[in-house]
Ligand binder design. Sequence first.
Ligand code: S3P
Length: 428
Amino acid sequence: MIAEPESQASSRVVRVPGDKSISHRSLICAALASGRSRVRHILRSADVQSTAGVLRALGAGVPTLGDDVRVDGCGLRRLVAPRVSLDCGNSGTTARLMAGVLSAHPFASRLEGDESLSRRPMGRVARPLEAMGARFAFEGGQHLPLTITGGDLQPLTWESPTASAQVKSAILLAGLVSGVPVRVTEPVRSRDHTERMLAALGVEIRSCGGEASLEPVGELPPFQIDVPGDPSSAAFPAALAAAGGIRGAGSIELTDVALNPTRLGFFRVLRGMGADITWEVEREECGEPVGTIHVTAASLSAATVSEELVPAMIDELPMLACLATRANGETVITGASELRVKESDRIAAVVANLRAIGAEADELPDGLRVRGGEMPLRGRVRAQGDHRLAMAFGVLGALPGNAIEVDDPTCVAVSYPAFWADLERLTT
Ligand code: S3P
């Protein structure tokens, strides 16, 4: 939640909701732990509710999500066969991470999801998990719905062709639950929350560059975590502040944000665009650095983003593309074909929507090009049910001179349910 403005009018203080990736992992690890864990400030959004629902259907003691929840774990390999299909909703993280967990359990489970999730690729997790010994039965294409039959798994060394934390985490969790060593390499290091959380719980994890490996443990201890704010959610108020959109204040302080280096790409690129932005680490939580980000309005210039920068800002690229319309020069994003298999085809959708409001933008096979200017941007955009598109265009529409209507504002419930209320508070 965003807090009330500070007494001095020049700065606003904001606490964004809990990190989505860490929230999913907190619930999954707590369900696999032997005993009762405590999770504070978990993100209460639709995606995390999907993980909670799936874990409940598998016998874990996950209560209604509140600000301070106690989860009764079953222990490693002690989840029970579900009586119903496991509904992953819109959440790729639920589907892929749970595919790893379920591959190591000796029963069959059917995973399903909404229309968007049912279009997203699942072969990328099926291939390594099948190589470990799990069986995947798809009902059509390499998508949900699918049925996983798990069992005793083999050790695995896997070279992932894509930088994907979901694939990496699925393999690490399969190794953890089945008690076999695993090693994953990826072309560029993806977010490392699974590695950090498991290491904080005493699991022997080695992580270096694009490689992560795990050694088996007998059990996972219960734990406590205070989930830090989500840098992907913080990117929206940060962009708003950088482009001068905060009413009555030149700057913003984003407190208690996860400052994991594998998530800070957007803030680094924003700094390169001329934004006045700094951050400092204040504490550590379950292996995650946590602290404050400060952003002050400045004039922005275009950015160039290529493949090696993409994983650390993959979810922030729609916001960057929108912000690029307010920066001097041409912003070029390449090496980002993963954007085509997110909650929507974010390359096609961002470009179509930018054009619909009068901005100059072009699709590239693996990215996009946006020319900045000062022309007011006006019109209606189609979020395609994609939360990050709705929020990126919401911020762009809130900048001085612009007037943008988002067709489906409710889809922000997936990751940041209070987004519109918070945006309103910052801009009026
Ligand atoms: C996530 C990993 C990323 C990211 C997603 C969350 C995670 O997906 O886009 O929002 O929590 O592991 P990929 O693993 O597909 O890159």
